[in-house]
Design a protein around this ligand. Structure first.
Ligand code: PMP
Length: 427
């Protein structure tokens, strides 16, 4: 496939936009080459500016769980647009989506909508600090919770890809309040609690990590975090920006049977428009302005178009529980196909998967950031470009999960597996 026009458009974009992109991982720095400029998308397919049709495995990094341009969402956004695109005043639809979201998510009474996953996580941590009266938080190496200062400490996703785990601009003062533990390692968490007695407000975690590739929590790990939080007066924050409304109707809390104290959302909850949210029980949410002293606000928060898209998406998922099984089945099918293709080579690999999240690491046994970082990036680069050449669009970094969407057909999956079988022989 040729991507000439994309390259020309990228060159032009670089004149006006830093690095040519509005979010770093899009720039292909991790895999080399020029990014693909997308023109439109429908269902499981991307159509780029060169006229290529690609099978999409990023689904806008998660939101498009039902495929691109899902008709009911498109219709409602068009309809709502004609009624006014922003008011900065309360609207009925905000209550409708809030009511539905809290009915779907376990263990939460109230939800506040924001405009991105970053805002959701940043606000959740502020709320946890306000609620507990403590300053420090524990995060896990390789987990990404957005680009707010407290989280850019050994973060995953683009922050790893770019080799700037401690970004310039994040002050020492901020960094000292973020304690780092290792994923799937309860002892590392216990040690931090021991060394910072009564100073830790919360543990924030991706219950299934998607920002160091896909990493699944080992049995007992999240349960252990829950007990540690209970025993030490700390809140457990589940960052369900990726997993929320994706792994199950009630997200990872439901799928894994663990209760969090604050849950953050993004991606699916906005149906593809810029939305984030955080939710908790009443006793915690009562600390939030205007009820309580913890301040948090947004001019465009609860935007009518975003709420309409999100509500339509959640309504569909609420009425179609079979979507989650269908996605998990498709992901298992892809998993088996990829396994078979890779088994026929002598390449070292690990495929991690849960629900509709999956990723391939070119190393053995990946269960935390350190093991994930051992992945052979040269092999990943070749794999990525080989697949792209076959019309398969994977996340352009080994530190990202793939996201399946339910518009993918078994024929698409077969094509993907066939492409992988061909590509892995060239690695
Ligand atoms: N948390 C997680 C788990 C994420 O994956 C992301 C983004 N990929 C964020 C938070 C930040 O969301 P946003 O990019 O919408 O700010």
């Amino acid at each position: 496939m040729l991507y000439k026009r994309s390259s020309a458009l990228f060159a032009e974009a670089k004149n006006y936009i830093p690095g040519g992109v509005n979010s770093p991982v899009r720039a292909f720095n991790a895999v080399g080459g020029d990014p693909i400029f997308v023109k439109q998308a429908k269902g499981a397919y991307l159509y780029d500016e060169d006229g290529n049709k690609l099978i999409d495995y990023i689904a806008s990094w998660g939101p498009m769980i039902l495929g691109h341009a899902f008709q009911p969402v498109v219709n409602v956004v068009i309809e709502k647009t004609t009624l006014g695109t922003s008011f900065g005043m309360p609207t009925l639809i905000e209550t409708e989506i809030a009511k539905l979201a809290v009915s779907m998510v376990p263990n939460v009474d109230k939800i506040r909508f924001v405009n991105s996953g970053t805002e959701a996580c940043m606000s959740a941590v502020r709320l946890a600090r306000g609620y507990t009266g403590k300053d420090k938080i524990i995060k896990f190496a390789g987990c990404y919770h957005g680009h707010s200062d407290s989280f850019l400490i050994q973060a995953g996703s683009g922050a790893v890809t770019f080799g700037s785990p401690n970004s310039p601009g994040v002050t020492q003062g901020t960094a000292k309040d973020t304690l780092l533990a290792n994923y799937n390692d309860l002892k590392s968490v216990e040690a931090l609690i021991q060394a910072n007695k009564n100073e830790i407000a919360a543990i924030i975690i991706e219950p299934v990590a998607g920002n160091m590739g896909c990493i699944v929590p080992q049995k007992g790990f999240l349960e252990g975090l829950r007990s540690l939080c209970d025993a030490n007066n700390m809140l457990l924050i589940f960052d369900e920006v990726m997993t929320g409304f994706r792994l199950a109707q009630g997200g990872a809390q439901e799928l894994l049977g663990i209760k969090a104290d604050i849950v953050t959302f993004g991606k699916v909850i906005g149906g593809g428009l810029p939305v984030g949210a955080f939710a908790a029980r009443n006793e915690i949410m009562e600390h939030l302005a205007p009820l309580g002293p913890v301040y948090q606000a947004g001019t465009l928060s609860g935007n009518p178009l975003a709420m309409a898209a999100g509500l339509t998406m959640l309504q569909y998922l609420n009425q179609h529980e079979e979507v989650f099984k269908s996605l998990a089945d498709k992901t298992s099918y892809l998993h088996q196909g990829l396994e078979k293709a890779l088994e026929e080579t002598n390449i070292t690999y690990t495929i991690n998967k849960l629900g509709s999240m999956i990723s391939v690491h070119f190393t053995d046994e990946v269960y935390d950031f350190e093991t994930s970082a051992k992945g052979n990036n040269e092999t990943f680069k070749k794999f990525f470009h080989g697949m792209l050449n076959e019309g398969i669009y994977l996340p352009p970094s080994a530190f990202e999960s793939w996201f399946l969407n339910n518009a993918l057909t078994y024929e698409d999956l077969d094509k993907t597996i066939e492409a992988a079988s061909k590509v892995v022989k060239t690695l």
